[in-house]
Design a protein around this ligand. Structure first.
Ligand code: F1P
Length: 549
């Protein structure tokens, strides 16, 4: 069976970043500066690869600013996981801008897995190119011209491949733009189930369209992630920056304006007190923790003042789908406050000054922190900071002096986008640090991922291979043994389709650490499971196992 990257260079988005190789044993302060140093590569570039400021990328951005005319074309963003969520928030923000101008909304977003996937991962859908194309066709119905942004950080999601392919067959109606962070030749070249092309083949067609000015590839290389493969971090940030680099000037032109809690078994909650889209950044950050760190849906959660009406999603109120879809701050007060304990951390997200805190939250004994974003040049009174254990001030007031955005009207929107970015960086650091402290990361690789779609299944095999140095077939066998909790891989298991393994991978805990430990020790799966039960911190368990050999 083919494996991710077998016989080929590892895509940059899947490589380990040398700057963070010891992040698992750093102090929290060192972690934060390491996250920052890696983030700097978004702007400084990575090795000799073309980065953000590469001539081709800049030229494509300029061309797109010309093409993106909010009063004439329809703009559709689509992606899976974080990529889809960032498309959603971008569409949401720029539609509010249009509404405020009295102009018809022109932005739409498609998310693999629908609105549910905005805050719970639905990875299996990411592998379906036919569904992707169908949803794009539906969203584009009746539109004469669609500027389509397909976002897939790894240049790998079949869902997006299907959509790009649809656009490429109808270049009279669609202008496809692919946003991702690998050089084109590193795009995934593996067969896609029920389809006749690989992602790499789609990119070749897109490059041909780009040569004629009919399609665009926005793929600056921003270097490997702080936590290997955690594309919500640098790639997510770079996605946000690229989309905004097109839309902010396009709008300007049109309108002439310019973890400790987790480690102790507690929970992390983001509580947005009237901070609008900043609270959505909290929902986005929380929703990435289950797929990235194998966290439970309860470990990290986001709550938004106004719930679904603030979110403004197309399917409306989804709270009937279950407790994890109850996302308003009222839901938090109604359902969560009673169970808060001293192990939990609630982070309030506020604008301009710290907010009031409900007495019941104060009285629960949980830890409370506040992230305050201020963009105003006339500072607000600080508010009562004493009730918080920590207050993080993000002062963005100086951004208004940036000459590019000093025009009237534009500043307000630029300030909002900068605020979202600042909150993204802050929350990414908080949730990443919390999971490192919980022992989910080995060197700088998250080894406790759930193999719940094709990409993640192959990433899991790759992790076992990297640390065990065993042939890929054996690593796959170890993964299957851990998935099915057996040392006997029956013909039934061996012949089951990948989709079956993925289904089990979506719900089973600690599959990869178990498989890795069994592979390193050449011991039965049951023994590896037992060791990990006694020592859940993966690094310690792996090191102890290696020392005992
Ligand atoms: C999409 C994605 C990621 C998520 C996980 C599974 O990846 O959903 O957002 O963190 O890695 O895949 P991509 O298509 O943007 O590469």
């Amino acid at each position: 069976m083919a494996s991710e990257g077998k016989g080929r260079e590892q895509p940059v988005t899947e490589q380990a970043n040398p700057l963070s190789s010891s992040i698992d044993i750093m102090s929290p302060l060192e972690m934060v500066s390491t996250l920052q140093a890696c983030d700097a590569e978004i702007f400084d570039g990575w090795q000799d690869f073309p980065g953000m400021f590469d001539e081709r990328i800049q030229k494509n951005l300029d061309r797109l600013v010309d093409i993106a005319n909010p009063s004439e074309s329809t703009v559709i963003f689509s992606g899976c996981g974080t990529s889809g969520r960032l498309g959603f928030i971008t569409a949401r923000t720029f539609n509010s801008w249009l509404r405020e101008q009295g102009v018809k909304e022109c932005y739409h977003s498609i998310m693999a897995g629908g609105d549910k996937a905005l805050f719970t991962s639905q990875e299996a859908v990411e592998d379906d190119p036919v569904l992707g194309a169908r949803l794009l066709q539906e969203a584009a119905e009746g539109k004469s011209h669609v500027l389509f942004f397909g976002i897939t950080c790894g240049l790998s999601a079949p869902f997006v491949a299907g959509q790009l392919d649809l656009c490429l067959q109808h270049l009279d109606r669609f202008t496809p733009v692919l946003v991702g962070f690998n050089p084109a030749h590193m795009a995934r070249n593996m067969p896609i189930a029920n389809w006749n092309k690989t992602f790499l083949q789609v990119i070749k067609d897109l490059e041909a369209a780009e040569a004629k000015g009919q399609g665009f590839l926005l793929n600056p290389v921003v270097g490997p992630e702080q936590i290997t493969g955690s594309s919500r971090m640098k790639s997510g940030t770079a996605t946000k920056l690229l989309l905004e680099s097109v839309l902010l000037p396009a709008h300007g032109k049109s309108f002439h304006q310019v973890s400790l809690s987790l480690r102790e078994g507690g929970h992390l909650y983001y509580y947005s007190a009237g901070s609008g889209s900043l609270g959505i950044m909290g929902l986005i950050d929380a929703s990435e923790c289950p797929p990235t760190y194998g966290a439970s849906l309860d470990d990290v959660r986001g709550f938004l003042e106004g719930g679904f009406s603030t979110l403004g999603n197309s399917d409306g109120d989804l709270s009937h789908l279950g407790p994890h879809f109850q996302i308003s701050t009222d839901d938090f007060t109604k359902h969560m406050v009673a169970s808060l304990s001293a192990k939990d951390l609630v982070i309030f997200l506020c604008k301009e000054q710290v907010c009031d805190v409900d007495q019941r939250i104060m009285g629960s004994g949980c830890r409370i922190a506040c992230v305050v974003v201020s963009t105003s040049q006339t500072p607000s009174p600080p508010g009562d900071q004493d009730k918080f254990h920590v207050v993080v001030q993000l002062d963005l007031s100086s951004v208004s002096q940036c000459p590019v955005i000093s025009g009237t009207g534009l500043w307000k929107w630029a300030a909002l986008l900068y605020s979202e970015l600042a909150v993204k960086w802050t929350l990414n650091a908080v949730s990443t640090g919390a999971h490192i402290l919980k022992g989910k990361v080995f060197n700088n690789t998250m080894i406790d991922l759930k193999p719940s779609n094709v990409k993640l299944f192959h990433r899991a095999v790759g992790i076992i291979q990297r640390y065990s140095n065993l042939p890929v077939e054996q690593c796959r066998d170890y993964l299957l043994r851990a998935l099915y909790s057996t040392d006997t891989l029956t013909e039934d298991i061996q012949n089951s389709p990948l989709a079956q393994h993925i289904k089990i991978g979506a719900s089973k805990l600690r599959v990869v650490p178990t498989a890795l430990l069994a592979a390193l020790l050449k011991r039965p799966i049951a023994e590896a499971e037992k060791i990990l039960q006694q020592q859940p911190i993966t690094r310690q368990a792996v090191l102890a196992s290696l020392n005992q050999q």
